[in-house]
Write a protein that binds this ligand. Structure first.
Ligand SMILES: *Cc1c(COP(=O)(O)O)cnc(C)c1O
Length: 247
């Protein structure tokens, strides 16, 4: 395993703490998997129709490696430099990398070259750059348009009303594959309130009539069930697997 190869001299105490941490990740991981299965069942979804994206931002390559050994292949990152470092550390692994964080223009080149998916495309300028900068030897970059469903000024994402126009402009870009939408609603504790923003977005996507838009990147640790009930095909889970992030 990665951590054994690269850290030959763990002291005994370090090793014990490390094992405890990994054990809790394993437990959390299987809990999340069961939760997804149960939610699929409860909402009449086909088993296996919801893909788990493990959000590993701020988490070490060791932890990514540990999950990988358990079969997890899709990992999500939000901070480019940190992600590139992890990709380098885990270069031998067959990981599908998803970029899910806010994107500044000066980051698009590396993102286009180093990721398989980008969930957080929220304006035409960024989409154009990603398409232009996608290396020719790679297949089209899979993207989702990030929609701001809670209309908070501080959150990134286009408004629902801008979605139809953006879809028209993005779907013709040659090196992108427009797969669907991503949303991060403002946190709510109540199940029905958690479902509302996804329902709104589902309606808007339905009106577009685009058969190729089949990806719904909905749901995080706090609203997994509601998101799956509303058709999530990818859930982005960090905390429920890795525990609280330390920044
Ligand atoms: C951090 C992050 C997540 C994971 O959130 P958790 O609450 O830790 O599960 C999901 N999606 C995006 C876009 C994120 O930035």
């Amino acid at each position: 395993m990665y951590y054994l190869k690269h850290r030959p001299c763990l002291c005994f105490f370090e090793a014990v703490v490390f094992n405890m941490r990994m054990t809790s990740i394993f437990k959390n991981f299987s809990k999340v998997q069961s939760k997804i299965k149960a939610a699929e069942l409860a909402s009449g979804r086909e088993p296996g129709s919801v893909k788990l994206l493990a959000v590993s931002k701020t988490q070490s390559a060791d932890k990514v490696s540990a999950l990988y050994q358990l079969g997890q292949r899709h990992f999500g990152e939000s901070y480019l430099q940190e992600a590139l470092m992890k990709q380098w550390q885990l270069g031998a692994y067959q990981i599908t990398w998803h970029f899910i964080g806010p994107i500044q223009s000066n980051k698009t080149k590396s993102i286009a070259a180093c990721f398989n998916w980008v969930h957080s495309v929220d304006r035409l300028k960024i989409a154009k750059r990603l398409s232009q900068q996608r290396p020719e030897n790679l297949p089209p970059l899979n993207i989702c348009l990030q929609v701001n469903v809670s209309n908070e000024v501080t959150k990134s994402g286009m408004s629902i009303s801008d979605l139809p126009e953006l879809v028209k402009q993005v779907e013709i870009l040659p090196n992108l594959k427009l797969c669907g939408v991503m949303a991060i609603p403002s946190p709510q504790l109540e199940y029905d309130l958690q479902r509302k923003p996804y329902q709104m977005l589902n309606q808007a996507v339905g009106k577009l009539g685009r058969e190729e838009m089949t990806t719904f990147s909905y749901g995080m640790s706090g609203d997994l069930d509601a998101a799956i009930a509303e058709g999530a095909t990818i859930v982005r889970i960090g905390t429920a697997i890795f525990g609280r992030r330390k920044y």
